[in-house]
Design a protein around this ligand. Structure first.
Ligand code: ZN
Length: 347
């Protein structure tokens, strides 16, 4: 490839939102005990200058330093906390968080494009999330969504992702041609550390649920992005192949890989080398989840753990053409609305 790829990071969260957002959420949570204290969403005022500053000194600064161009940007995952309150709590909170990501995408249209947080709530029909999703796609130009397979926050009280329970969301995803990143939120089960265990458990669990079921027979166009390098999946690919074989499922390539994709949020070179060796290149999308779970510098390399572009660039397992797919081509294919937005800009 002679042309330098556009570097598209498909996994970014607004982890650096101004403190007023967290303060408003604290009031909302406190009001669950005393509804008379319920804060008005309009009482949250964050100026464009504050948004600009929070991005320019954080995500955008690192994107420029590391050489990435565009980030698919969604509300902070651990803040979704769908287990708190009821549907109305989640609905108000999701609307606020999505609007902030939309405003960021308007302030920096060349660098950020939105993905929606859903107003999920444990025990509530996911169909209730469709209105917010529609708003995010139609009014905000969002190109994806984050779907929490466990809105209970570590207790796994919802049916598996293959259950008809989730179909109203899938029908909307297919209608809009948008993928879902399967992304849990904060763990409220002390057995599971949020980002060290619950996230990776959920990635692995989502894949296994899909393996056991036949969801993609009902939805051949449905696309799931499993983050954090797919949890334990690539490392244990032989186990999953063997389980599929015993369950008389088709080969994973046919059973799941037309619909399931993995990101590169794996924070060391050997992990990316394994991912790119085991998983077909068409199923790997560049992502960093920067300023997220792991924010430090690796003393072994002197670079930030989450500077994943460096690992993708260095792995011996990818040709230049394959690297183009990971950095740009696959993202355009998995996120058709992102592709269309880029094309509209002549990119
Ligand atoms: Zn994330």
């Amino acid at each position: 490839m002679s042309k330098k790829p556009l570097i598209i990071d498909v996994h970014g969260h607004y982890t650096t939102a101004p403190a007023a957002l967290g303060a408003w959420r604290d009031l909302q949570i406190a009001s669950l005990k005393d509804p008379s204290q319920k804060p008005d969403p309009r009482s949250l005022r964050i100026s464009d200058d504050e948004l600009r500053e929070s991005i320019e000194t954080n995500q955008l600064k690192l994107m420029k330093e590391r050489g990435s161009d565009l980030t698919v940007f969604s509300p902070r995952a651990s803040f979704m906390a769908h287990h708190i309150g009821d549907f109305e709590t989640s609905s108000t909170w999701a609307a606020i968080c999505n609007e902030l990501c939309y405003r960021v995408s308007q302030l920096f249209p060349d660098h950020f494009i939105g993905a929606a947080m859903l107003p999920q709530s444990p025990g509530v029909d996911p169909a209730t999330c469709v209105a917010e999703l529609e708003r995010c796609v139609k009014d905000y130009g969002f190109v994806g969504l984050n779907l929490n397979p466990d809105p209970s926050g570590g207790h796994w009280t919802s049916p598996p992702l293959t259950d008809r329970h989730w179909y109203p969301i899938y029908e909307k995803m297919v209608e809009y041609d948008i993928p879902a990143m399967i992304h849990v939120s904060t763990s409220c089960n002390s057995c599971f550390h949020t980002t060290g265990a619950h996230y990776l458990n959920a990635d692995t669990t989502a894949f296994m649920q899909c393996l056991q079921g036949d969801l993609f027979k009902d939805f051949p166009e449905l696309k799931f992005l499993i983050p954090h390098g797919g949890g334990a999946v690539p490392y244990h690919w032989g186990r999953f192949r063997g389980l599929a074989q015993e369950m008389k499922k088709p080969l994973l390539q046919d059973h799941l890989l037309n619909n399931i994709f993995f990101d590169t949020c794996v924070y060391h070179q050997p992990g990316i080398d394994l991912l790119t060796k085991v998983i077909p290149v068409d199923n790997i999308l560049f992502a960093s989840e920067m300023i997220g779970a792991v924010r430090g510098i690796d003393p072994e390399t002197g670079h930030y753990y989450d500077d994943t572009k460096r690992y993708v660039a260095a792995t011996p397992n990818l040709s230049e053409e394959q690297r183009y797919k990971v950095f740009e081509g696959n993202a355009r294919r998995v996120f058709p609305r992102l592709d269309a937005a880029l094309k509209a800009k002549g990119l």
